[in-house]
Design a binder for this molecule. Structure first.
Ligand code: FO1
Length: 316
């Protein structure tokens, strides 16, 4: 069997950028993107899966290029009206985006699984790669701040990441079953590489790794595991990664993230800005430009990451 399948773990806006780069250089049947669902929540009576939607919109080319989440060419009549009625308008749902949440919620309430709904929506949007929720079971990221435990979107959006984070929890992760398609792919001996996208390690990747059996399945794949640092020049490109690391008492650096992934990593892609101090992170370091501004940037970083994985595979 030839090892042709790339499995990418992704959450948030940064992860979706690399997932897009990978989708530009790989045939659809050679890319399986594992979507974090720890950010999911119920809001306005809707079941919302932000990281699935960010991946879906980005891979379908209909994402909002400014925010990275939600859709482009949006209108906001629903948000204006719900605000005028005294409803909750802190989580911005555009009119087009809203349709997806309404339709997904309807199907889930009919008993369809999150992965079935995701697969059908991807098909309808013409996405070739597979986007698979990390699990069809419920996992919820929660954060302990001064004011006690808060839900992820409340922290991230409503409170704009202001609270100081003392602890993270991924409710349901230990009982949630990694999606069968993911486990089957990892155990198929056909995996070329497992890529950990430049997402926030705590809120986007750890919920995936926290599920029982996930790390074992990745190890069992026999494929090189390569992560792309989400930190450039000691700072997160977007979001609260560096702030969280400081608050959790961790070194807010590219090396600090690699340490967090522990012995899972075989390769680590680090930006030039962090090349000097990277030291020994227990993985083979590749220095590259990791800031993705343009489509060619996304494609180039995807190539660099896959080349690093292929080089590691030759050493096995
Ligand atoms: N992030 C924000 O910072 N503000 C928002 O109003 C917001 C709305 C939103 C709506 C749909 C969606 O799929 C994502 C949305 N996000 C928003 C991003 C969301 O908070 C994600 O969880 C983050 O991208 C981190 O993964």
């Amino acid at each position: 069997m030839s090892r042709r399948l790339v499995v990418a773990l992704s959450g948030g806006v940064g992860g979706a950028k690399l997932a897009l780069g990978l989708s530009l250089i790989l045939p659809g049947d050679e890319l399986l993107v594992v979507a974090n669902t720890g950010d999911d929540f119920e809001h306005l009576g809707l079941i919302i899966s932000p990281d699935i939607d960010t991946l879906t919109y980005v891979l379908a080319g209909i994402d909002n290029p400014v925010t990275g989440w939600g859709r482009r060419d949006e209108t906001w009549s629903f948000m204006d009206s719900i605000g005028a009625l005294g409803g909750e308008d802190w989580f911005r749902l555009g009119d087009r985006d809203l349709a997806l949440h309404v339709e997904r919620s309807r199907r889930l309430r009919l008993g369809q699984s999150l992965s079935e709904v995701t697969s059908d929506i991807c098909r309808r949007l013409g996405i070739g790669a597979r986007i698979v929720p990390m699990s069809d079971d419920r996992v919820r990221t929660r954060l302990r701040s001064e004011a006690g435990w808060i839900d992820f979107q409340d922290y991230f959006v409503r409170q704009q990441c202001r609270p100081v984070v003392h602890e993270l929890a991924f409710d349901g992760a230990t009982s949630a079953r990694p999606h069968a398609d993911i486990v089957a792919a990892l155990r198929s001996n056909e995996v070329r590489a497992v890529i950990i996208c430049p997402s926030n390690p705590f809120i986007s990747i750890e919920p995936i790794l926290a599920m029982s059996g996930m790390r074992d399945a990745i190890e069992a794949s026999g494929a090189p595991v390569v992560a792309v640092s989400p930190i450039i020049g000691g700072k997160a490109v977007k979001g609260p990664t560096a702030k969280m690391m400081r608050e959790l008492g961790l070194e807010a650096s590219a090396a600090g993230v690699a340490t967090r992934y522990g012995d899972l990593l075989d390769g680590y892609i680090v930006d030039h800005a962090d090349a000097d101090g990277i030291g020994d992170v227990g993985a083979r370091v590749t220095i590259a430009r990791t800031l993705m501004r343009s489509l060619p940037d996304r494609e180039m970083l995807a190539r660099v990451t896959l080349d690093a994985a292929d080089a590691l595979a030759l050493l096995r």
